[in-house]
Design a protein around this ligand. Sequence first.
Ligand code: LLP
Length: 415
Amino acid sequence: MDFFNYRQNRLFAEDIALSEIAAEFGTPCYVYSRATLERHWRAFDDAFNAYPHLICYAVKANSNLAILNLFARLGSGFDIVSLGEMQRVLAAGGKPEKIVFSGVGKREDEIRAALQAGIRCFNVEVAGELDRINRLAQELGVVAPVSFRVNPDVDAKTHPYISTGLKENKFGIAIEQAIHEYRRAAQLPYIEVIGIDCHIGSQLTETRPFLDALDRVLALVDQLQAEGIRLRHLDLGGGLGIRYRDEEPPLPSDYVSAILQRLGQRDFEIMLEPGRAIVGNAGILLTRVEYLKPTSEKNFAIVDAAMNDLVRPSLYGAWQDIIAVDTNSCAESLTWDIVGPVCETGDFLGKGRELKILPGDLLAVRSAGAYGFTMSSNYNSRPRPAEVMVDGDSVHLIRARESLEQLWAGEQLLP
Ligand code: LLP
């Protein structure tokens, strides 16, 4: 459930009409709902009841400081994949001891900074990373908390670009090699092994692949325990899907109770790294129709948002709902391809959409809160859109629209 609903034919975000937001902040513009963000975060947190757990929100899904700050206020942890994401979390008031650091290519400066900040855990994905962390921890005179991200070789049954838990993917340490790395880590003086981690992909709409992965991870955990390597936490990554169209993903509560059931008597702290399931349906991209261009082949609605603002449709062929902000239009209902101004045939937000629209009308691209702004670019020298957050009957600018000067800030002419 989210808080983007029609009231008398006008689309609202909580108690604010989206047409008012467009008038005040311009378009294209990302609009988020605070109530939806908090509701979705709590759906994960509450599902655990008293069971020890930490929700580590995956920053890559949406890294706006205001959003990170809302989650930090709720007591959230954070899953980061770069130094930039760590600094965002800290700038937003997140606690270092609630940060886990994932990613296959952690640089030395990133590891050093994370050790200095005192993060909760490194999710190690490459054998060489373990030695690098051990050496840097020695240099800094600290002991590094680590877990291994294992690759359980499970088919997540999702888009191949966002499937990560198969042998052929670059992520994690093959589950059959992991035991060797755990033994090695147990001998390293500046490493403390505290957990195990896996993340098999994103936009999963069934529980089964998660449970298959968990079974494999638990088999390894039991084997480690028999060797005297005791782990404190189990991090199951993110990946729970959302409804874009007609998907019916499990609710966080069903997903969590299935996990807890599988654990039996084992007493671990459970960590999850959800991104999309928390922020995806808490945001929309607001855009205005610039021109209508009916041709003999197709009807094109050219809008002011483009693939640089929201790349998911172009990159993955992702389907996101596109709805009129005012449904009281006298226009006739026609089928439109919703396209942007960027000079690429792949620049579309949606194809074959039945809409009643006229030039100047506003459209909302739904489910744009995750991997929307964070994957935006300046392609075609387009300043990135504004981001606003609605909170009941008030609205706050949480990122100003980029200025033209910002496009070339940092660039230099030759002498
Ligand atoms: N943890 C790790 C280690 C990850 O790699 C990811 C996502 C997450 C957590 C969060 O996954 P989520 O709960 O959001 O599914 N850009 C793509 C999605 C890429 C996901 C990458 N990793 C998209 O727009 O569909």
